[in-house]
Write a protein that binds this ligand. Structure first.
Ligand SMILES: Nc1ncnc2c1ncn2[C@@H]1O[C@H](COP(=O)(O)OP(=O)(O)OP(=O)(O)O)[C@@H](O)[C@H]1O
Length: 627
């Protein structure tokens, strides 16, 4: 997940004896950072008083900070969309415009309260974002960007033409926040804006650190893997982009109330440049980056205000320099530097705990004789390639079932048919006797989880966060619960973290829990993928070539995990080329060759089958050697 901001901050890996790894340095760093935050908060809180004391033009300087805060709110929304959700949004200035119209209409045309206006703008932004996402659900990154660009143009054009509501080209003016009949002072409104900035930041942080944010980041990394964990990519995107739209709409309302007017020019992309520059300068996919980036730009723009005609040029050059010199932005670069890292203990190979923890899933309710997963007459052709050609396969609960065959024989395609990643040309799939739903995430919901042949780990978040992502399917809290950190959310979050640590310990990864997943060895990454799949509490776990590249101790850990899962009543499906591993572990083996089953049975039967000896790589001795 692109430099996501896991909580607690994921750590980087091994330790040296540099000054950055001493406890004293870490204490000083914490104190200095804390002091900076306190000073910044104090200055912002006292800003109206400071400007009042030192300047004859206090309202101008208050306005600058209030406008920067409003831009920061919008940039937080853009960060959630592009940084955490991986959705390239070119419609954020349009969302701000739509939000601005919402409040302008309520306050000026309907003579309603500005507070109702804020609510209306938030709703307008959220609704508009959801509508745009609904028509672009299948669009890839760039196409989604183009659709949002079109949406932005439509909002501007609607603003120009729909005069009855928007006031046309002239727009709507006289949008003043009032308490009763008295207008709210600019000073008081400054604090309203500041309050909403804090709120937007908290919403962003709480969402990113909850299952809602983890689901969106999982989809951003790989929607196939997210689906295998029961996450609906469409739902995860809709939710996040809807929240983004709401925040952007809110910023539009504040913009209209702060300046007292709104017109279609607000939606122009030129006006949106500040949000992009602020985001990339501060650090995309970092929580505080958007605020710092926009704050930096506000100061810069103020400093060059006498040369205002060069502002766009300066912002362009700034963006270019930021991309070339600090592509992760100020905050991202700090976090990636030695100075920004937390201290971690040196991790060595861990002894595996003897006891199987209770958190390892168990299947108790399987009806006797009913296959956990069954495919009948499965056919999948790719043009002239008969990848799966009339396969029947029955996988029983409480067994380890191997699927072997030469390269290109159709093993992965068969599994993709069983898990609905491929639409079959013919055949049926049932899970515990019920016909399998046709979307991969629904298959995962029914208890069938898979680990892909190509590793799909979420590399830029912590090991622990990877496992937590696997638990999304059974999280019962809503995004509102996550945002306000309801007692139910906190209870569930605590329990999940404890469970994830137990599962990691069982796989020998406990001491790596807070590391970035990218800092693990290849074998540890494969094990982590299996642990993440186990965290979904599956009834059927499909592992596609999990043993590739594992050391002997990692192979032992994997084999032990498979045996424990079998004892607990799960069906484990193992696609493997490591024949020793398969023969030593599996109760039943299906051998495929050119898309057809050529043998099935226990390891002894398979090893002595003439068809297998003949077909398997054309090198019977490879099988015999293992006998
Ligand atoms: N999406 C696809 N489009 C076209 N052909 C495909 C596609 N996926 C698989 N194939 C073809 O289907 C056949 C079976 O491929 P598959 O990956 O299922 O084999 P496999 O037994 O899993 O191989 P390996 O052991 O090398 O992973 C191959 O000939 C492959 O080229």
């Amino acid at each position: 997940m692109a430099t996501a901001d896991p909580a607690p901050a994921a750590r980087a890996g091994s330790v040296s004896n540099s000054v950055f790894d001493t406890p004293l340095y870490h204490r000083i760093r914490t104190v200095v950072l804390g002091a900076l935050v306190v000073v910044a908060a104090a200055v912002l809180l006292m800003w109206p008083a400071i400007t009042d004391y030192y300047s004859y033009n206090a309202s101008y300087y208050n306005g600058i900070v209030a406008s920067a805060a409003i831009s920061a709110i919008l940039t937080i929304s853009l960060n959630l969309s592009m940084g955490y959700g991986g959705m390239l949004s070119m419609m954020h200035s349009g969302l701000q415009l739509a939000g601005g119209y919402g409040t302008a209409y309520v306050v000026v045309k309907a003579t309603g309260s500005w507070i109702i206006g804020l609510a209306a703008s938030t709703a307008v932004g959220a609704l508009f974002a959801v509508l745009v996402l609904l028509v672009s659900l299948r669009a890839t990154y760039l196409y989604f960007g183009m659709i949002t660009l079109a949406a932005n143009l439509i909002v501007i054009e609607a603003g120009r033409e729909w005069e009855a509501v928007t006031g046309g080209i002239v727009g709507i003016s006289g949008i003043a926040p009032k308490m009763g009949d008295a207008p709210i002072s600019k000073q008081a409104f400054y604090y309203v804006v500041l309050g909403f900035l804090v709120l937007a930041y908290i919403v962003q942080r709480n969402i990113v650190r909850s299952g809602v944010g983890r689901a969106a980041m999982a989809v951003r990394e790989s929607s196939d893997t997210a689906s295998a964990m029961g996450i609906s990519p469409a739902r995860a995107k809709l939710l996040l982009f809807g929240v983004c739209g709401g925040i952007a709409g809110l910023s539009g309302a504040l913009y209209a109330l702060q300046l007292g007017f709104i017109n279609p020019d607000v939606g122009l992309l030129d006006n949106g440049i500040i949000f992009f520059v602020g985001l990339f300068l501060g650090g995309i996919s970092t929580l505080i980056g958007p605020v710092i980036g926009v704050g930096f730009i506000a100061v810069l723009v103020e400093l060059i205000k006498d040369q205002a005609r060069y502002t766009t040029l300066v912002l362009g050059v700034l963006l270019l320099l930021a991309m070339m010199l600090i592509p992760r932005g100020i905050v991202g670069t700090w976090k990636a530097s030695r100075a920004g890292r937390d201290r971690v203990p040196e991790a060595s190979d861990e002894a595996l705990p003897e006891q199987v923890p209770d958190v390892v899933p168990e299947v108790r309710d399987a009806a006797p004789g009913v296959p956990a997963l069954e495919g009948v007459g499965l056919v999948k052709h790719f043009g002239g390639v008969h990848a799966v050609d009339g396969v029947d396969i029955k996988i029983m609960p409480g067994t380890v079932h191997g699927i072997i065959g030469p390269n290109g024989s159709g093993k992965s395609t068969l599994v993709s048919c069983l898990t609905r990643y491929h639409r079959v040309d013919a055949g049926t799939v049932t899970i515990f006797g019920e016909e399998a739903a046709h979307a991969p995430h629904r298959v995962a919901e029914a208890g069938v989880t898979r680990v892909f042949q190509v590793p799909h780990l979420f590399e830029r978040v912590s090991v622990l966060d990877n496992v937590l992502t696997g638990m999304r399917m059974r999280e019962s809290y809503t995004w509102i619960g996550a945002t306000v950190r309801s007692p139910g959310y906190r209870r569930q979050d605590r329990a999940e973290r404890a469970e994830a640590r137990e599962l990691l310990a069982f796989a020998g990864l406990a001491s790596r829990a807070d590391w970035l997943a990218s800092s693990l060895s290849h074998g540890q990454k494969r094990l982590l993928e299996v642990v993440r799949a186990v965290a979904t509490r599956p009834k059927v776990l499909i592992l596609d070539e999990p043993a590739t590249g594992l050391t002997s101790s990692e192979l032992d850990a994997l084999a032990r995990l498979c045996r424990v899962l079998r004892e607990r009543g799960l069906a484990v499906v193992l696609i493997e080329h490591n024949v020793d591993f398969v023969m030593g572990l599996c109760d039943e083996i299906t051998v495929v060759e050119s898309g057809k089953v050529i043998e099935r049975g226990d390891p002894e039967r398979v090893q002595s089958s003439p068809a297998v000896l003949e077909a398997y790589l054309g090198r019977p001795e490879l099988i015999e050697e293992t006998a």
